[in-house]
Design a binder for this molecule. Structure first.
Ligand code: ARG
Length: 470
């Protein structure tokens, strides 16, 4: 029986075509087939079928002998796929029917009992959820690796002063460590969104059958538990038509891609000759074929660009789903490629950003020199007037504005003004003022919770290692 190929279905219509007289047109087959991409879910398809077969036997819906044969046959198929000796066939449409057809070749009639109390509608939903769950887990590890790389640089640069910017204009001095820690927080929230998505998707559709449930005495709790779901989805129609999990997955993925793109943009700016705040090692730089002096941060530009694909995937799937009446429609076969592509793209981008961070030398002298320019300590001057002279902040702001104007006219920084110049604007100013005008003094004074002072950054790094890396 085991090698009886005469029973092997040649195309999908031999599985579902009881009332069909002719096979499909070649174009029909081309538009219908999903095997080229859904073969990625082979492990999930096999695991779900094995759980289903075991449950059917436990419930005495099929014999234990048949279940054993099915489970062993599916093990063989998994090995064949992993050894690349399995022949995927477009004529068999999708992963579900490719596996079932091969199972029929391997074990004969017993294979036909596997599809009792099941439909491809609950089958594809369970496979896809299992795949998405594994992808979220894998990406969580990748995001953690990125946080770890950010933390290493943040710790090394807890006290490296740089210009903090708003509107891409120098605003106030900050530390590079503080700047990088902002991304640790962002990626931390991305991981939280992935965890939320995982928790919400973790209900098993298996046993919803086509859409209405089944008349067989199945045990949905058992299959849910075997596949490590929290429990069965409560409504059979929702179970087969729910694709929120895929949309939520892509929403998480899109926000993450935006965060990566923002960090990538910082790299592009920092690596430019005009800024020269960072230098990527040879491993993450590319040259130009005509301009020998160039060192381009191509990987950063690609991370920035690839956000477009991920956001496009979210939009694409939402547009597929927005007009779908209950329950399943073949439109929904368009759900998987966006999720596969977004996952592949993000895993590459996360690895690239992590690699770049490890391969970056920051030009701390250059950043420190810029940190004091652009009257970046003007707020510190105003704060001094409030603190020492008891001036209302609005008035201090006004006085400081006049002093900035004076420095601008003289073409120097605030610290380059003579005490007498400043006293000409506000007689109460003393030589102590110079202590707050340096960029380093400025960052050292920012000790409020969440502020940029080096001590704060070191404490934030230690706390983040516990929160995110343990
Ligand atoms: N390949 C299909 C998909 O990805 C599987 C479900 C097919 N169900 C059906 N009733 N035609 O959606």
């Amino acid at each position: 029986m085991a090698d009886d190929k005469s029973k092997s279905p040649a195309d999908a219509s031999t599985i579902w075509g009881g009332r069909f007289e002719a096979g499909p047109d070649a174009v029909m087959e081309a538009i219908n087939a999903s095997i080229d991409f859904d073969q990625r879910m082979y492990a999930q398809d096999i695991a779900a079928s094995q759980a289903h077969a075991r449950m059917l036997a436990n419930q005495k819906i099929i014999s234990t002998d048949d279940a054993d044969a099915i489970i062993a046959g599916l093990d063989t198929i998994r090995s064949e796929i992993e050894a690349s000796s399995f022949e995927f066939s477009r004529a068999l449409e999708d992963i579900h029917m490719n596996v079932e057809a091969r199972l029929t070749e391997l074990i004969g009639d017993a294979a036909g009992r596997l599809h009792t109390a099941r439909s491809r509608n609950d089958q594809v939903a369970v496979d896809f959820k299992l795949w998405a769950r594994a992808a979220l887990d894998a990406m969580d590890g990748d995001m953690q690796a990125l946080q770890s790389a950010l933390l290493d640089q943040a710790e090394a640069h807890a006290a490296s002063v740089m210009p903090g910017m708003t509107h891409l204009q120098t605003a106030q001095p900050v530390t590079l460590g503080h700047h990088l820690m902002a991304y640790v927080e962002m990626v931390g929230r991305d991981r939280g969104r992935a965890a939320d998505c995982r928790a919400r998707l973790n209900e098993s559709p298996l046993g919803a059958a086509a859409l209405a449930g089944t008349s067989f005495p199945i045990d949905r709790d058992a299959t849910a538990a075997a596949l490590e779901f929290d429990g069965p989805a409560r409504n059979s129609m929702d179970a087969v038509s729910d694709r929120d999990f895929a949309m939520e997955f892509l929403a998480f993925a899109s926000i993450l891609s935006v965060h990566l793109s923002r960090l990538a943009e910082e790299y592009v700016i920092w690596c430019s000759a005009q800024f020269s705040y960072a230098r990527l090692g040879d491993a993450f730089s590319t040259g130009s074929s005509i301009m020998p002096q160039k060192r381009n941060p191509d990987a950063a530009e690609l991370v920035r660009g690839k956000a477009g694909r991920v956001i496009g995937a979210l939009h694409g799937l939402m547009i597929v789903m927005k007009g779908m009446p209950m329950t399943y429609g073949k439109d929904m076969q368009e759900d998987k490629e966006p999720v596969f592509e977004a996952t592949e793209t993000l895993q590459l981008c996360l690895a690239a950003m992590t690699g770049m961070l490890g391969d970056t030398k920051f030009n701390t002298d250059r950043m420190a020199a810029d940190a004091g320019t652009g009257f970046s300590t003007a707020t510190d001057l105003a704060d001094w007037l409030v603190r020492v002279l008891g001036m209302p902040f609005r008035q201090a702001h006004h006085v400081t504005g006049a002093i900035v104007k004076l420095a601008e006219d003289k073409g120097c920084g605030l610290e380059g003004l003579a005490l007498s110049d400043m006293q000409g604007v506000e007689a109460g100013i003393t030589a102590d003022i110079f202590e707050v005008l340096g960029a380093e003094n400025s960052v050292n004074s920012r000790t409020s919770f969440g502020g940029t002072a080096p001590g704060n950054v070191r404490a934030a790094v230690a706390a983040a290692r516990k929160r995110f890396l343990d």
